[in-house]
Design a protein around this ligand. Structure first.
Ligand SMILES: C[S@@+](CC[C@H](N)C(=O)[O-])C[C@H]1O[C@@H](n2cnc3c(N)ncnc32)[C@H](O)[C@@H]1O
Length: 265
């Protein structure tokens, strides 16, 4: 992503960060534990189609959990079973997209590969609604959408479960004191890698140069993942990845784009 969806950017009048959503405090055994989130929940306009998809039973099959408010991930411990009653079934290759935003490129990818199952994970309700609306109006049977923190979700599903995880234009968290919120970190990559099948992919892209070089350093240094382009190298945008909304915005601002694909050994 770029500056416009980053909470550091106070000029963005469309986005109002809700306080205390980037750092949560939870109590466990009388201890208070600070959870550092990779997202800042934003209040943005919900268009009519998004609202319809979140409320009309016609779209309910796409929405795995409650779609308003904080996503409750209780009981979601297997992503494959979500497709048990679909034509693809539970054994089809499984892609998980983390932070699909409004979902345009996610839905484009799912429509282009109907024999692959796609699970999208977001915390932003207007995006979840818009994504469900697009899946429903296109009649896609290979899409499910989960409202909630992808890190929490990945922790509660089995090991070696997912064929591909994609993270496109994650919030770059530009200020040094916010680097700990960057999705690509050794701790979070351990959680991502655990959930990938052997031979599975982690594909990411960013338009923020500092984050691009941060990512390649973290990921090349992570044992168990191999950089498809060779250590220290980025890859060209593959044909199967459509341009995303934040990518387009970044390009308009003169940013570059850096893709990285890592294979789980
Ligand atoms: C900058 S936007 C990019 C959206 C889209 N991928 C694109 O390129 O247009 C990053 C998105 O990631 C979501 N996000 C960040 N951390 C997340 C997490 N831990 N779980 C789910 N979604 C997350 C944010 O809500 C936001 O919508």
């Amino acid at each position: 992503m770029n500056q416009s969806s980053n909470p550091d950017n106070s000029n963005d009048i469309n986005q109002v960060a809700e306080p205390n959503t980037a750092i949560e405090t939870v109590s466990q055994n009388d201890k208070h534990i600070r959870i550092v989130n990779t997202f800042m929940k934003r209040r943005t306009h919900m268009n009519k189609n998004a609202e319809l998809a979140l409320t009309d039973p016609e779209f309910a099959d796409y929405l795995v959990n409650n779609s308003f408010g904080d996503g409750n991930l209780d009981g979601i411990d297997d992503l494959r079973v979500l497709f048990a009653d679909t034509p693809n079934g539970i054994d089809a290759p499984l892609t998980v997209e983390i932070g699909f935003g409004l979902g345009d490129s996610f839905i484009e990818m799912a429509a282009a590969e109907p024999t692959r199952n796609f699970v999208g994970v977001e915390v932003h309700e207007p995006g979840i609604g818009k994504c469900a609306y697009m899946a429903g109006t296109q009649g896609l049977s290979n899409v499910k959408i989960i409202n909630g923190d992808a890190i929490q979700l990945l922790k509660q599903i089995p090991e070696n479960h997912i064929d591909r995880i994609q993270l496109y234009f994650p919030d770059p968290w530009q200020k040094k004191r916010h680097y700990k919120r960057r999705f690509v970190s050794p701790e979070r990559m351990a959680i991502v890698t655990r959930s990938l099948k052997q031979g599975g992919w982690f594909h990411t892209a960013t338009d923020w140069e500092h984050y691009a070089f941060w990512m390649v350093e973290v990921l090349d240094g992570f044992s168990g993942l191999t950089n498809q382009a060779g250590a220290g190298n980025f890859t060209d945008r593959p044909d199967f990845r459509p341009m995303t909304k934040f990518e387009r915005r970044g390009l308009e601002r003169g940013h570059g784009v850096w893709d990285l694909i890592y294979i789980k050994e």
